[in-house]
Design a protein around this ligand. Structure first.
Ligand code: GTP
Ligand code: MG
Length: 352
């Protein structure tokens, strides 16, 4: 699914060959980010009908034809499922106890939600994983690039610098080699070149509001498609924070349904990137701080049920003494709930 066959389909896609799609509809579809049969094949009729201004039954026909053209969407054999699952990569936090909790690390083809109160370390996790994803597999990485959708102006290159310097010397030495940078761990020039090389493989975009953030999910898909066959495919898509804009813009109870619907679409767009390009999707979420809020329990992530059902792994971060953080796995398929401890140090996330 991630190989040559797919890129062949994607490069020759002609939406106007689909039934009921004229030039105007094709333009609307492309504008909305539906530029491949794969994307259309996994859309819902309601979603397509809204974005392309076609009736629901036409939308259903388009989806069906796209599924046939892309040869996906129907039943697949157990061995196809196995083959796809065999491609799932596991991305290490660099903290053994947490990787163990996760059965190896953050999975590609899944959404992982990290939630917790302010200062609990959510943004630190997104930074650390944007570094780790670039490491070779023997050091817990996926030899990939990262896409970082930043909705709270939280991305800090300086933090990436700290975290690279905080890697074990052996990992730094191997990274220098892999990037053909001359010098030893700790050499000023070598470390600067290394930082630049890591930053080059983190694609950051600021989201100014929720609509812009949704658009950036589409852009992320384009980037993932562009890098699919490169040496460093997009293996991590971070959204920090997933919910802040939605929460700020849709305030009253009357707007709750609309907010959930938008969030739902956004999550499905993100999931699609994960599925199509074998990417780990990592989203952050705050807990409700207002005891009178609609979601009243202050230990509950905001976003309610939709988020709960869509994210595959949910992790709850809690402050403990000093730089200690307790990481709780709240919900995961085939894994027991449990807790692990880490520290947030100058050099990044560390074992206790
Ligand atoms: P909100 O986005 O406000 O909800 O918080 P968050 O969960 O994203 O918290 P964040 O990841 O920003 O964590 C902030 C905490 O990380 C700080 O309270 C520090 O404990 C730690 N931290 C951040 N930067 C550094 C640093 O440069 N050095 C050290 N030692 N710790 C840091
Ligand atoms: Mg943050």
């Amino acid at each position: 699914m991630y190989g040559d066959a797919q890129s062949a389909i994607m490069s020759t896609v002609d939406l106007e060959e689909l039934p009921g799609v004229g030039p105007a509809t094709a333009d609307k579809l492309r504008e909305a980010g539906f530029d491949s049969y794969q994307g259309l094949a996994v859309a819902s009729p309601g979603e397509l009908s809204n974005t392309a201004d076609v009736g629901e039954s036409t939308a259903a026909d388009i989806i069906q034809a796209a599924r046939e053209a892309a040869d996906i969407g129907g039943f697949e054999s157990g061995s196809d499922v196995l083959e796809r699952r065999e491609q799932i990569g596991k991305l290490s936090w660099g903290v053994e106890e947490i990787d163990d909790l996760l059965g190896g690390g953050v999975e590609t083809q899944s959404i992982t939600e990290v939630y917790g109160e302010f200062g609990s370390g959510k943004s630190q996790v997104t930074h650390q994983l944007s570094v780790n994803v670039q490491l070779p597999e023997e050091h817990g990485g996926l030899d990939g690039s990262a896409v970082f959708v930043d909705s709270e102006d939280t991305f800090r290159p300086e933090r990436i610098d700290d975290m690279i310097r905080g890697l074990p010397d052996e990992v730094i030495a191997d990274s220098l080699d892999a990037r053909e940078i001359e010098g030893e761990p700790g050499d000023d020039e070598a470390m600067e070149a290394l930082l630049e090389s890591f930053l080059d493989r983190i694609h950051v975009a600021k989201a100014f509001n929720s609509n812009h953030q949704m658009l950036l999910a589409e852009k992320a898909k384009e980037l993932a498609s562009e890098y699919e066959d490169s040496e460093h495919p997009v293996r991590l898509l971070c959204v920090d924070s997933l919910t802040a804009h939605f929460r700020a813009e849709y305030v009253g109870r009357g707007e709750l349904a609309q907010r959930q619907q938008k969030l739902n679409k956004h999550l499905h767009d993100l999931m699609r990137v994960g599925d199509l390009y074998n990417t780990a999707v990592l989203v952050t979420n705050q807990v409700s701080a207002n005891p009178d809020a609609f979601f009243g329990d202050p230990t509950q992530p905001i976003g309610g049920n939709i988020l709960g059902h869509t994210s595959t792994f949910r992790m709850y971060l809690r402050k403990s003494k000093g730089d200690k953080r307790i990481v709780r796995l709240v919900d995961a398929p085939n894994l027991p709930d449990g807790e692990a401890v880490m520290r947030i140090e100058g050099g990044g996330l560390m074992a206790e």
